[in-house]
Design a protein around this ligand. Structure first.
Ligand SMILES: [Mg+2]
Length: 250
């Protein structure tokens, strides 16, 4: 890990959301389980594991952002499974349980929350560059209760900008927009191909969060400047290599 005696200049830090601030995979799994259990409680006659397999197939065939997974699942089952039941009610049971779990369980890692609060007391611009549908990602920022720690004008969603990861133009666009210089900006993400490679290409300082998620074991074409396993490590890097201090240090 780089560690020179003189602190390096840093003006801004941007974060990925999914599988960086919280475990998207674990959370989605819990919410889907809750939804399927609720559909069975509402009368759907099917083995829980069979139902789970159908849902997984629907998600992989129609993508996770497709809107009516549960309708598709019911259509795929033998007619006996929902005979005499109103399919709209079964779907509603699933949707409500999914959203209730989401409301209840969605939160950032404890160390991420603590370090974001610390970051809010620094002079750094604190932004988000996140892949996904605008409304869904914006909802996450609010539900995760991190908005108060961010710089309001530094929040970017790929769907809203119209440039998707891993296109390096996405990151260049954010730099241009805020008048930032690449080598004085840091990006923290979990996906080596979407987050690390394009930022390296643009010249941004990269931090790979290698904590969990689908990409923990994959490698990109380039190496990140730093690797972390939790946000305390990020704070240490900011303090040691960049001389960042926070009003919360006092
Ligand atoms: Mg991610």
């Amino acid at each position: 890990m780089p560690n020179d005696a003189t602190p390096k200049p840093l003006d801004a830090l941007f974060l990925d959301i999914d599988d960086t601030l919280f475990s998207t995979s674990v959370f989605a799994d819990k919410a889907r389980r809750a939804a399927l259990d609720a559909m069975i409680r509402a009368g759907l006659r099917v083995d829980r594991e069979v139902l789970r397999r159908e849902l997984d197939e629907v998600i992989s065939e129609f993508s996770s952002n497709f809107g009516s997974h549960f309708d598709k699942v019911i259509h795929r089952l033998p007619v006996e499974a929902s005979a005499g039941l109103n399919p709209a009610i079964l779907v509603a049971a699933g949707v409500v349980a999914y959203h209730e779990t989401k409301w209840r369980e969605l939160k950032v890692y404890d160390d991420a929350y603590e370090v974001l609060r610390w970051l809010a007391g620094t002079k750094l611009i604190r932004g988000i560059i996140s892949l996904g549908l605008t409304v869904k990602q914006a909802e996450k920022v609010i539900r995760l209760k991190i908005y108060e720690f961010l710089t309001p004008g530094a929040i970017y969603f790929t769907d809203q900008i119209g440039i998707n990861k891993p296109n390096p133009k996405l990151y260049q666009r954010v730099l241009d927009d805020l008048g930032l210089i690449a080598n004085r900006v840091m990006y923290v993400g979990d996906n080596p191909r979407n987050d690390i490679d394009p930022c390296n290409e643009v010249g941004i300082i990269t931090v790979r969060n290698r904590r969990s998620g689908r990409h923990a074991q994959t490698d990109g074409n380039t190496k990140p400047t730093y690797e972390i396993r939790d946000f305390y490590e990020l704070r240490r890097i900011l303090q040691t290599d960049f001389g960042v201090t926070s009003t919360t240090d006092l």
